[in-house]
Design a protein around this ligand. Sequence first.
Ligand code: GRF
Length: 208
Amino acid sequence: MIMSDRLRIAVLCSGRGSNLQAMIDAIVSCRLSAEIAVVISNKADAPALERARKHDIDAVFVDPKAHRGKEAYDKACLEVLESFGVELVVLAGYMRLLTAVLVAPYRGRIINIHPSLLPAFPGLNAQRQALEYGVKVSGCTVHFVDEQMDHGPIITQATVPVLQDDTEAVLSDRILKEEHHLLVNAIEDFAKGKLKMLGRRVEIQRSS
Ligand code: GRF
């Protein structure tokens, strides 16, 4: 039986895991009242899995090759989520599109962080897309997840300037720093029951 009054989170990652690390750090320093129950990756060698293990967090590799098709893969992930009693799923650099198999049972309880001001520049290489388009302001978005890519209701966004001499790496770094705060704050708001979804609009109840 799971004995905890803190929100139980699963973090799904495919790579580096700096957003995962920001969540871990925020929990350790009591800025986030939640618990990372499990980290799941579709990549056996994802550094995110290593970060989790270093902090004694269960880290599970779900092998795409061991499952036939996207639905079967998501069913395997769903079983992991359920076995860990997960209440909120956080996609942080997770490079797979979720199917209804996963989205339906967790609707309104899956969030994603994306490095652009959605709906601009969804998909891969959002920072490069922003540079190539020539925008002067970009940023990051935390949103609820639906079955479409980078599409669900927006919870919160942060802006960063795009400067004249920016390379993709420099702009990505500037955005990433904002991502770490934005994601932690959004999870804390979720944990405190402050988020209310009204169709595409998400209201954040502010403390008076
Ligand atoms: C972040 O830029 C995130 O917005 C995007 O993928 C990147 C993941 O970085 N979805 P990390 O693995 O959290 O360091």
